[in-house]
Design a protein around this ligand. Structure first.
Ligand SMILES: Nc1ncnc2c1ncn2[C@@H]1O[C@H](COP(=O)(O)OP(=O)(O)OP(=O)(O)O)[C@@H](O)[C@H]1O
Ligand SMILES: [Mg+2]
Length: 225
């Protein structure tokens, strides 16, 4: 897995499928997904609830494995990468905005941002504070996540995903809990990341958010069109 400072952030999925088995039987979620995202592209993915959007992002992030098909990220086939190496790759090169935030509850807002920086050997509290300021959270650095509103937690999740300037940004409804005013700087950050050469894949239910992206795709019946 490449650990170089710079990678080609291309994301290429070919004929990817994924099914889950539960009490009701086998549920086919992704059924032949093809996706090709180049450096500097900002792609929005929409689709009905339950159509597999988060599953798709998790597969690109190597949090989950595809059942079949090829998933190449940064020029490397993910199925061939063992766990510690894929975790290192994710920490260095991927920023993930989780749909349900996944903030570390025992760390303050600022410490949540310092974590990805430290994991990358960057000790730059100013960078974390500047990003919080930009997202309208300049006075929340010392707060713990559980006292923040849903929309505030979501913006912390965005800041944490972006603070180490990852080559690949995977954002799962990053403005889903935000009004237009709070959502605008989030979308602007994602757009900027793409203009610096990162690939950005954003899941959204918002037409306005999807309009900010350069390309829009829809996931339904297990396929992306
Ligand atoms: N770990 C799992 N075990 C079993 N089924 C799962 C698992 N993860 C997801 N699923 C199923 O896969 C389908 C797709 O889920 P996913 O979370 O990817 O949808 P989504 O498009 O992100 O939906 P939403 O817009 O509501 O967030 C759902 O039917 C869900 O129940
Ligand atoms: Mg989802």
């Amino acid at each position: 897995m490449p650990q170089a400072d710079q990678i080609d952030p291309v994301v290429r999925l070919s004929d990817v499928s994924k099914a889950y088995r539960d009490a009701t039987g086998l549920r086919r979620v992704l059924d032949g997904v093809d996706l090709d995202v180049r450096a500097g592209e900002f792609v929005a993915i929409t689709g009905p609830s339950g159509s597999g959007k988060s599953t798709l992002l998790n597969i690109v992030a190597a949090i989950e494995a595809a059942d079949a098909g090829s998933v190449r990220v940064g020029g490397v086939e993910l199925s061939g990468v063992p766990e510690p190496a894929s975790t290192r790759f994710r920490r260095r090169h991927v920023g993930i905005v989780f749909q349900f935030f996944n903030l570390v509850p025992t760390l303050t807002v600022r410490e949540n941002l310092l974590l990805p920086l430290r994991l990358n050997g960057i000790a730059d509290a100013k960078r974390a504070d500047a990003l919080l300021e930009r997202l309208g959270l300049g006075d929340r650095g010392d707060s713990f996540p559980d006292v923040l509103s849903g929309g505030e937690q979501q913006r912390v999740g965005v800041a944490r995903a972006m603070v180490h300037a990852p080559a690949i940004v995977l954002a799962d409804e990053p403005s889903g809990n935000l009004d237009e005013a709070a959502g605008a700087p989030v979308l602007e950050l994602l757009r900027e990341a793409a203009s610096r050469g990162s690939t950005v894949i954003m899941v959204t239910h918002s037409v306005a958010a999807a309009d900010v992206a350069g390309r829009r795709l829809t996931l339904h019946h297990g396929r992306l069109d």
